[in-house]
Design a protein around this ligand. Structure first.
Ligand SMILES: *Cc1c(COP(=O)(O)O)cnc(C)c1O
Length: 439
């Protein structure tokens, strides 16, 4: 490295500013991302980020926590109200850490857990040790997969029951059943399986990382009323941010989860993010129903229009999606990896996606058969069904008609001009991606 420290320092800020301006002029369709309000950004910039508040409000290890306690109590109450839960632990610094709290509270290393495989929509934090999945690698769980129905794009109830009976006969009954996932088009059959799984002694967790905002808005499914014991999530996918995790449950879960979270899994719980979660939960209570409804309507519109212009959209039999996601099989036009890169050059940001059938056909993570699109962020920017038509047509321009990236970036910058503010929030004085300089 030949540059001076000051040159390196300046380069960091130059990259940050370029990133902001790129996102001002792009179509952000990553299903796990969203854009927070200026209020959440303000909370995240506060001095809370420089403090420790180990333990529980009122029982901290250090002094100086008076106002932190006020906000944390508020944050827990807001989370409980938003999801109608008896208990909330708002300290998980991420969705993965929230899941780890469940693993360590309700299983021991060597136990079996039932979860979805990655091509069937599962998340790597539910995965096997040989794939470096968190559950296997960090907690020593053995993973067995739920049976999946690729036509219906959800779990197969009867085949799952048969699989559990089979595991029982091998003396390998799972300790945890983990619903939820990262490709999540339709609700999981929690109601249909909960009594059966509990009858076999399993703790049921529902990982709502992707769909938490839709659940909070009352528009997806209601896991805690359908037989789920605990629910984990990220706070920034369909919820309003900032990045973080959350564990919900009933009073009976409080003691073990609190211990797992501290001192087990956190020392500092990133208190500025905790404050941001409190702000986001208040926004979700006020605006979350309208937002969830529009997000889902946008995903349905985007999926249907992509199908109209010539793409194979998964879940056709069931109307493509009931969530914020659409998944497209792109094998007619290339592979997911190449198409992700072509779209990025045009400033359309998506991710490549393993889809059912990929592993059997020897397609792997770098060049899978699909792409995944999410409407959480573009909905927060105020887009509606008519914009979904335009976006589908621009995706066709790039992927099917192979238009030049330069032509597309100009068109997209123009399209984005009227969508520069975060909607569904109390205050939006500054732009969604406005770069705020404190130096
Ligand atoms: C994104 C995701 C997570 C991980 O969440 P982080 O907040 O990134 O740690 C866990 N589970 C599922 C199903 C996810 O999609």
């Amino acid at each position: 490295m030949t540059e001076t420290p000051k040159e390196s320092y300046d380069k960091v800020f130059s990259s940050l500013e370029k990133h902001h301006s790129w996102f001002e002029n792009s179509i952000p369709l990553i299903a796990s991302e969203n854009i927070p309000s200026p209020a959440v950004r303000e909370a995240v910039m506060s001095d809370f980020g420089n403090r420790y508040a180990e333990g529980w409000p009122g029982e901290r290890v250090y002094a100086g926590c008076t106002h932190i306690d006020e906000v944390e109590i508020q944050c827990m109450e807001l989370a409980q109200k938003l999801f109608d839960a008896e208990f909330a632990d708002v300290r998980a610094v991420s969705g993965v850490v929230a899941n780890l709290a469940i693993y360590s509270s309700y299983s021991n290393p060597g136990d079996v857990m039932m979860a979805s495989s990655i091509p069937a929509g599962g998340h790597i934090s539910h995965g096997k040790k040989e794939h470096s999945g968190t559950a296997g690698l960090v907690h020593g769980l053995d993973i067995e997969f739920f049976a999946f129905d690729p036509e219906e794009m959800t779990l197969d109830v009867d085949k799952t029951k048969a699989k559990v009976e089979d595991l029982k006969s091998q003396n390998r009954l799972p300790k945890i059943a983990m619903f939820g996932g990262s490709v999540f088009l339709f609700p999981h059959p929690v109601k249909e399986l909960a009594d059966f799984l509990k009858g076999h002694g399993m703790h049921i967790n529902y990982d709502a990382a992707h769909v938490a905002g839709l659940i909070a808005g009352g528009k997806f499914q209601d896991p805690l009323r359908e037989g789920t014991d605990t629910m984990t999530m990220s706070t920034h996918k369909t919820l309003f941010g900032p990045q973080g995790g959350l564990v919900l449950g009933f009073d009976r879960h409080e003691e073990s989860i609190k211990k797992a979270m501290f001192p087990g899994l956190t020392s500092s719980h990133h208190i500025h993010h905790m404050a941001g979660k409190a702000v986001a939960f208040a926004e979700a209570l006020e605006f979350g129903k309208d937002y969830a409804a529009q997000t889902i309507n946008n995903a349905k519109a985007l999926a249907a229009e992509l199908n109209n212009v010539g793409f194979k959209v998964l879940g056709e039999k069931r109307g493509y999606t009931e969530s914020h996601q659409a998944v497209v099989n792109v094998l007619d036009f290339g592979d997911g990896g190449t198409i992700e890169a072509d779209l990025e050059k045009a400033n359309i940001i998506v991710n490549r996606q393993l889809i059912p059938g990929d592993l059997k056909a020897n397609r792997h993570y770098m060049h899978p058969g699909g792409i995944r699109l999410g409407t959480s962020e573009i909905t927060r920017l105020g887009m509606k069904e008519s914009e979904m038509k335009e976006i589908a047509s621009m995706i066709k321009d790039v992927v099917i008609d192979k238009k030049e990236p330069g032509e597309m970036t100009a068109k997209i910058a123009e399209f984005r001009k009227e969508f520069q503010k975060t909607q569904y929030c109390f205050d939006n004085k500054v732009g969604a991606y406005e770069y705020i300089k404190l130096r």
